[in-house]
Design a protein around this ligand. Structure first.
Ligand SMILES: [Zn+2]
Length: 391
């Protein structure tokens, strides 16, 4: 029996040391694990066999051409189906009591069963490669679709653990705003994941991930769902960022995805009906105005002196990047956010009905440091493309 402390290993990638397959020696981080004996997690009083881990994780490894390397926590969840193993992906749960935690997982299951949760994991290959490729990936659970030049397979039903993870990310955002979640689901939450970079590009994916207004969906390479989780406390959050764009393009009033950015989150406009929270809107406007003024000063002077804007010049390009970028910072560096721009922080906190400072002891420092470094470098940022909406 291999005995490990869960709290020391859950965030380490679980891999097979050789891409050739199952018979090789598995690794947790860079630690080699004995294939023949189960792993016992002494601080959880639970054990899992290596065989179960490999079986559960093999599909994702295989169909992503080994580009997706999830952490041990994901693999153990996939093998055991015990949802508590996945909780380190959702920082919010640290603040939930037993009953609330039950409700959290129950809500995830409701999202999974809802027809409005429209999640796909696509592998796309040129038709020319069709024969070899079908032979390698064919499974009775995969939906095949012919494109004109490409063949596309939807793998999501093969990997239910992945759907649970995505639903969990969404429930974490709206755990205290079930009303917004319902409105999104009643419209449709449309997410396209791709097994690899080539599939992502073949289907029109841009940059490292994107929101596609024409398709009305988030597009993301599957490996990015796990980015930022390779240390005990979560870091970068690409899914959260792209989902922020989806929220910006979602008109909660008509419950429809629109083709242009609104500059608002659902619940910030009077037209959003019973979702509307006037205090969230007022705080957001005041806070955004302040960020714009601070940014304008850097455009004019590049003096690098406090108070600096919290966000990187990247998020000042347009209203949609502003929403996506500050959403990410609200959930990853809430302390610095609240300290520097209390109004803007309150705008998000009132809207989501939660204060992430309650479950973050220390901010994820990367965004803050990287952004400050830019403003302190003496470079003059480009004028912003933001608008303070008034509707
Ligand atoms: Zn963006």
């Amino acid at each position: 029996m291999t005995t490990l402390k869960w709290s020391n290993v859950y965030y380490k990638p679980f891999t097979l040391s050789d891409s050739s397959g199952l018979l090789d020696r598995p690794l947790i981080g860079d630690m080699s694990i004995d294939l023949r004996t189960p792993i016992n997690f002494e601080d959880r009083n639970d054990e899992v066999t290596i065989d179960a881990l490999i079986k559960a994780g093999f599909w994702l490894k295989h169909i992503s051409s080994d580009s997706c390397r999830p952490q041990l926590a994901y693999h153990v969840f996939a093998a055991t189906r015990r949802p508590s193993y996945l909780e380190t992906y959702f920082p919010l749960v640290k603040s939930l009591d037993k009953d609330a935690l039950k409700k959290f997982h129950k809500t995830i299951n409701q999202v999974l069963l809802h027809p409005g949760f429209d999640l796909h994991l696509l592998k796309i290959a040129p038709v020319l490669e069709r024969e070899i490729w079908i032979k390698n990936t064919a499974s009775p659970l995969i939906d095949f679709n012919d494109y004109s030049e490409y063949i596309c397979a939807d793998n999501i039903r093969v990997i239910p653990a992945l759907a649970y993870l995505v639903a969990g990310y969404i429930v974490e955002l709206f755990f205290f705003r079930q009303d917004i979640l319902n409105r999104l689901l009643n419209s449709k939450i449309h997410i396209l994941l791709y097994t690899d970079q080539n599939s992502f590009k073949a289907d029109g994916g841009a940059a490292g991930g994107c929101y596609n207004p024409q398709k009305g969906c988030v597009q993301l390479v599957v490996s990015r769902l796990f980015e930022g989780f390779n240390q005990p406390s979560p870091g970068v959050a690409p899914f959260l960022h792209e989902f922020g764009h989806l929220l910006d393009y979602f008109d909660a009033g008509t419950a429809k995805a629109t083709i242009s950015s609104s500059g608002w989150l659902p619940g910030m406009r009077p037209s959003h009906g019973e979702l509307f929270i006037p205090e969230a809107r007022e705080a957001f406007i005041a806070g955004k105005r302040l960020e714009m003024q601070r940014y304008d000063r850097q455009v004019a002077t590049a003096d690098g002196l406090d108070p600096l804007p919290l966000g990187h010049p990247y998020v000042f390009q347009n209203n949609s990047e502003f929403i996506a970028g500050y959403l990410e910072m609200f959930f990853r560096n809430p302390h610095a956010f609240a300290a520097q721009n209390r109004d803007l922080f309150d705008g998000f906190a009132r809207l989501f009905g939660q204060d992430p400072r309650q479950y973050w002891d220390v901010d994820f420092p990367f965004y803050i440091e990287q952004n400050r470094t830019f403003y302190k470098s003496g470079q003059r940022p480009r004028p912003h493309g933001l608008k303070l909406e008034t509707d």
